[in-house]
Write a protein that binds this ligand. Structure first.
Ligand SMILES: NC(=O)c1ccc[n+]([C@@H]2O[C@H](COP(=O)([O-])OP(=O)(O)OC[C@H]3O[C@@H](n4cnc5c(N)ncnc54)[C@H](OP(=O)(O)O)[C@@H]3O)[C@@H](O)[C@H]2O)c1
Length: 236
């Protein structure tokens, strides 16, 4: 665990990732650390058994508004190049019959609202960063155009939350362009993680490789776009 607040001065690339305890967030944290980046990994439980080398873990439950507001203070004076809003839950997937309103709102809070609040809290850090990139890990399942083409599940809350997250991307991209901050939505593919399940197709390392390439190459002129891990564009 790093001594907080993190001290300034490093010329290293600095990347902050939410939901980094497992799955894609953990994969990204490990990959960025391996290439020499300073990784700030937000996790709900900092007593992780299996910590990654070179990764600085900090406690962040993205449903905790006070913790999110506090990010502003914790990272005061710290330059962050890339913020990856990755934390998410799937929620009930039973369709109309089992849909529960309160759980729906909880999924919206974790998957959509948190990205907005985390990004707002980290604006001073992002403005000081060199890359100034915000990546919202979304899903093709939240696309109005492509979401139901080959996927017939009961994920009302999850899909609605990712659609809302996509509007967070569009709105922030519009508002933050003048600050030189690029905001994009990313579809990571159907990944082999706890959320993706045993039938998933894309190994986490392959998804992370593709996403990192996009984040390395993205320019301000592409702010407000929605891309898949293979570099293709996803229709909103
Ligand atoms: N897997 C797929 O096929 C797929 C497809 C499309 C999009 N995505 C998106 O890709 C991203 C990563 O998914 P994944 O497959 O890696 O999921 P995952 O394996 O289920 O991991 C989810 C991560 O989010 C964290 N998290 C959940 N609620 C949180 C909260 N309230 N505060 C902080 N962290 C929280 C979890 O932490 P804990 O360990 O504490 O629970 C965990 O680290 C998500 O945005 C997901 O929606 C995934």
């Amino acid at each position: 665990m790093t001594d907080w607040p993190v001290q300034l001065g490093s010329e290293q690339e600095r990347v902050l990732i939410t939901g980094a305890s497992r799955g894609l967030g953990r994969e990204l944290a490990g990959r960025y650390a391996a290439r020499g980046a300073h990784v700030l990994a937000g996790v709900r439980d900092t007593n992780l058994g299996d910590r990654l080398e070179g990764v600085d873990y900090f406690k962040l439950d993205v449903t905790d508004g006070n913790s999110i507001e506090n990010l502003n203070r914790v990272f005061e004076g710290v330059a962050i190049d890339v913020v990856v809003n990755n934390a998410a839950v799937r929620g009930d997937d039973g369709g109309l019959d089992t849909l529960d309103g309160e759980e729906f709102l909880e999924v919206m809070r974790v998957n959509a609202l948190s990205a907005l609040l985390v990004t707002r809290a980290l604006l001073p850090a992002l403005r000081s960063g060199r890359r100034k990139v915000v990546a919202n890990i979304s899903s093709r399942s939240g696309s109005m155009v492509e979401g139901t083409i080959d996927d017939d599940d009961g994920d009302y809350a999850y899909r609605c939350s990712k659609a809302a997250l996509n509007m967070v991307t569009c709105k922030l991209a519009h508002d933050l362009k003048a600050n030189g901050i690029t905001v994009i939505s990313l579809h990571p593919g159907w990944i082999k993680t706890d959320m993706g399940g045993i039938h998933a197709e894309v190994p986490a390392f392959e998804s992370a490789t593709g996403l990192m390439k996009i984040l390395d190459d993205i320019e301000l002129s592409e702010t407000g776009s929605f891309k898949a891990y293979d570099g293709s564009t996803v229709a909103w």
